[in-house]
Ligand binder design. Structure first.
Ligand code: HQG
Length: 185
């Protein structure tokens, strides 16, 4: 993505996942923001947002972070929210193993309490080890955790799959976690 689009994508993530109030846009209980309202509010805050730029971010976004509503009038983030909205995802059977990337400095607490959703609405898990590695690296020295999703499902935990392929759950207790040894793979 071009630097201009990365900037817009980051701005959309900030507004649609975390701080709609920072530019005074209203968000529906399901996380939708009206595109017209978003553009006007952004421009009021000197962010040069246009429908064309949003279109480009939606089609070129590497992680498919955003979706238009079926009537095309609204937009929302597919996952990653800290604002309390309801994505209306159905519980879905996960693959037997999922991965989570974190940083070594968090491990002492993760061994004690498991994976917590922290500021977001869910713990984020991935199908691929590589994704976990990339996410972990953003926080420090990466650690990859293997999650026994099969056993969690047997024990009654629920999983959800976001529209852009991120696996979500509310909490992963420590007994379902294992630290990968060959992290640089
Ligand atoms: C850690 C990306 C201490 C957790 C990706 C993580 C992802 C604990 C950090 C999405 C803990 C929270 C989310 C505990 C968890 N004690 N630390 N008990 N439990 N943590 O950013 O998963 O590129 O909220 O391991 O695709 O890093 O933004 O979550 O390190 O899906 O679109 O607390 O971000 O998407 O960090 O990343 P985050 P995350 P985007």
């Amino acid at each position: 993505m071009k630097p201009e689009l990365i900037k817009i994508s980051k701005f959309l993530s900030l507004i649609l996942r975390h701080k709609p109030e920072s530019i005074d846009v209203s968000m529906s209980p399901h996380g939708w923001v009206k595109i017209d309202e978003l553009i006007k509010a952004a421009q009021k805050h000197r962010i040069d947002l246009t429908k064309k730029l949003i279109d480009e971010v939606i089609t070129k976004n590497d992680k498919q972070r955003f979706t238009y509503s079926s009537d095309g009038e609204s937009i929302r983030a597919n996952q990653g929210h800290s604002v309390n909205i309801e994505l209306e995802l159905e519980p879905t059977k996960p693959p037997d193993t999922l991965y989570h990337g974190t940083a070594s400095r968090f491990m002492e607490n993760i061994h004690k309490k498991g994976l917590l959703k922290m500021n977001r609405q869910h713990v984020h898990l991935s199908l691929l080890k590589k994704t976990a590695y990339d996410v972990g690296k953003r926080h420090g020295k990466p650690v990859i955790l293997t999650i026994d999703a099969q056993r969690m499902t047997q024990d009654g935990y629920e999983f959800y799959l976001s529209k852009n392929g991120v696996w979500l759950t509310k909490h992963v207790p420590p007994q379902y976690l294992q630290e990968e040894q060959d992290v640089e793979k």
